[in-house]
Design a protein around this ligand. Structure first.
Ligand SMILES: Cc1cc2nc3c(=O)[nH]c(=O)nc-3n(C[C@H](O)[C@H](O)[C@H](O)COP(=O)(O)OP(=O)(O)OC[C@H]3O[C@@H](n4cnc5c(N)ncnc54)[C@H](O)[C@@H]3O)c2cc1C
Length: 571
């Protein structure tokens, strides 16, 4: 039952939606670098951690150099660049940061879902949030309001589980066993002696298979999956039948990669710096030019060789990308947590047969074969290209964020414009508006018509080559530099907003860059397969990629420190 009685409205100068890396990073940075503690973070879940609270499936772990998967201001001495911390370890790290910077216990409101954010124009110049809170143990709910001068969103990029590949199957409701998505793993479900049906073979599935079999090559995972009471494997499953949807380039785990292993003895800040450098160099291979293509060809051959050596021969056709199918880097690479070796285990069956129906005791394939199972695991990924889903954001002039992204344009100033590479492009405005129709944000952070509002891990934040945490920190730095004139003593400025033109130019230049100058435009792939980074409009065939950042992070780092003043309007 929801109590709709209007409670008193609370206020803080800063507010953030979400307590994952973004929200915790914002709170910690405000305290550490700006001496600001007037913040409230609203978190839908009963605990913090975001991705690392929700993804607790067996084997869930970071797969990039972990010296990059910490905040720059808070290295984790236990993690070297080649250690791959598990989800519980990363969550503990975030709890320690939230505690150290006094966000816990008082600055985060848990079990509270932000439903609506509405801009109140001058003289208020504030955001008004509507929040639905759930109260255990009775699970009664209350609605409340909170106001703030600066609103940040940290609602995540891989947040909404994509369950459609299962729910769209005939008979989906008839399965008598347990169905769970990898991001909503239920550890109370007993797996001993059970037959597992696994749908999907991306990053999560590749971690789940070796972890369930006790064969992960990540020491952090294997120490936690070989610890039942007798010291044996935690998951004594009977079998896994894995349904393969598409292929991926599966590359050796970071722990085995030269030259990362050479970095281990170095001090952590130096490891981090060198990892950033290696990551940035890797991005050269993602460019659509002669050097990029040469690097990709070389890498493609190397990786295929590795995959053929590691995986059983009978599965090569199912897992190793075929000649000219798609290039290395086009889809997110999978760092091998022992997956290919685990396919040798006699308890595993890998199949390319399509599932056409769910039956009471399993699934039926296109060949009419019934595969029996007790538990169906959906490692079917997440809805992508979606931001702030479920939150109604109403900006200046009562424009909704969803409309803004559906219709392009926006309001604001007319001068200036920041293209990705700093060039001022003299494009025809109509064409520009057309190109900017879709989800996007200036520098991944700001949207015209939505004053004092900043997105963390916003559209086009994901880097195929380095850590999202770096992108989150860059976004916080940019926002704080833009806000600075408002915060300075005696200032009578209350609002800041990116100009519509700067936003349009940014968004269209990002799409242009991704489609024409990087591998993600289709390039050598010729779109025989699609990457989850890209959405293709079914009617028009137009490609839109609101996931990936198309440049080097060092560029974003620099621009965050020196924002272009002409791209912003202050009132
Ligand atoms: C399995 C998995 C592995 C990954 N591994 C890596 C990796 O190795 N390297 C890498 O760089 N990235 C990785 N990522 C990407 C990862 O999501 C980001 O690195 C990072 O965790 C994003 O942090 P965030 O705080 O922006 O979002 P999230 O961690 O998704 O947190 C968002 C938070 O917002 C809350 N929220 C959402 N909507 C509302 C609302 N309306 N009201 C209140 N709260 C709300 C959610 O409950 C959640 O807690 C991985 C993602 C997944 C799913």
């Amino acid at each position: 039952m929801t109590d709709t009685k209007e409670p008193a409205t609370t206020y803080t100068q800063f507010a953030c939606i979400g307590a994952g890396f973004s929200g915790i990073g914002l709170g910690a940075t405000l305290k550490l670098k700006h001496n600001i503690t007037d913040i409230r973070i609203f978190e839908r879940e009963p605990e913090l951690g975001g991705t690392w609270h929700l993804n607790q499936y067996p084997g869930a772990a970071c797969d990039i150099p972990s010296s990059l998967y910490t905040f720059s201001f808070a290295p984790c001495p236990e993690w070297t660049s080649t250690s791959l911390p598990t989800a519980p370890q990363i969550k503990s790290y975030l709890v320690s940061i939230a505690t150290k910077f006094s966000l816990l216990p008082s600055k985060i409101t848990f079990s509270s879902s932000v439903q609506k954010c509405e801009w109140l124009p001058a003289p208020a110049s504030r955001w008004r949030l509507t929040i639905l809170s759930t109260h255990p143990p009775t699970n009664t709910t209350t609605l409340s309001h909170h106001e703030c001068q600066f609103l940040f969103s940290g609602t995540g990029i891989l947040f909404h589980p994509n369950t459609t590949p299962f729910t769209s199957l005939p008979g989906a409701a008839s399965f008598s066993g347990t169905v769970m998505h990898s991001a909503r793993w239920d550890h109370s479900v007993p797996l001993s002696g059970k037959k597992i049906i696994l749908l999907g073979n991306g990053c999560s599935a590749s971690q789940i298979v070796p972890a369930l079999l006790g064969r992960s090559n990540n020491p952090e995972v294997s120490s936690s999956t070989n610890n039942n009471e007798e010291g044996g494997p935690l998951y004594n499953i009977a079998s896994i039948t894995q349904f393969v949807r598409s292929k991926h380039y599966v590359i050796p785990s970071l722990a085995d990669l030269f030259p990362l292993s050479l970095l281990r003895p170095l001090p952590l800040p130096l490891q981090r710096f060198l990892c950033i450098l290696i990551g940035e160099l890797d991005f050269i291979a993602m460019r659509e030019n002669a050097l990029g293509r040469w690097m990709r060809r070389k890498k493609t051959e190397e990786v295929k060789k590795y995959m053929r050596l590691a995986a059983p021969e009978r599965y090569h056709d199912l897992v190793v990308p075929g000649e000219g199918e798609f290039e290395f880097g086009y889809k997110r690479r999978v760092y091998d947590p022992g997956y290919l070796q685990a396919l040798h285990d006699e308890r595993v069956e890998l199949t390319g047969e399509r599932v056409v129906e769910v039956v009471e005791g399993g699934v039926r394939t296109e060949r009419g074969r019934v595969v029996e199972g007790d538990v169906i695991v959906l490692a079917t990924g997440f809805e992508t290209n979606r931001f702030l889903e479920g939150v109604e954001v109403v900006g200046r002039g009562r424009e909704r964020l969803g409309e803004h992204w559906g219709g392009g344009g926006g309001e604001g100033g007319t001068d200036g414009g920041g293209s990705l590479d700093g060039r001022d492009q003299d494009q025809d405005q109509d064409q520009e508006e057309e190109e900017a129709r879709g989800v996007g944000a200036y520098e991944t952070v700001a949207v015209g018509g939505f004053p004092n509002f900043f997105m963390l891990a916003g559209p086009n934040s994901v880097t195929g080559h380095t850590s999202v945490i770096i992108a989150i920190e860059n976004a916080i730095t940019l926002a704080m530099n833009v806000i600075k004139p408002i915060l300075s003593e005696g200032s009578n400025v209350r609002e800041v907003e990116v100009t519509a033109q700067a936003e349009r130019r940014w968004v269209s230049s990002v799409q242009e860059e991704l489609n024409n100058r990087t591998i993600w435009g289709g390039g050598g792939n010729k779109s025989k397969t699609e990457s989850w980074y890209v959405r293709v409009d079914e009617k028009t065939g137009k490609r839109w990629n609101a996931m990936l950042y198309p440049g080097y992070q060092v560029g974003a780092w620099y621009r965050a420190r020196k924002p272009k003043q002409k791209d912003w309007v202050y009132r």
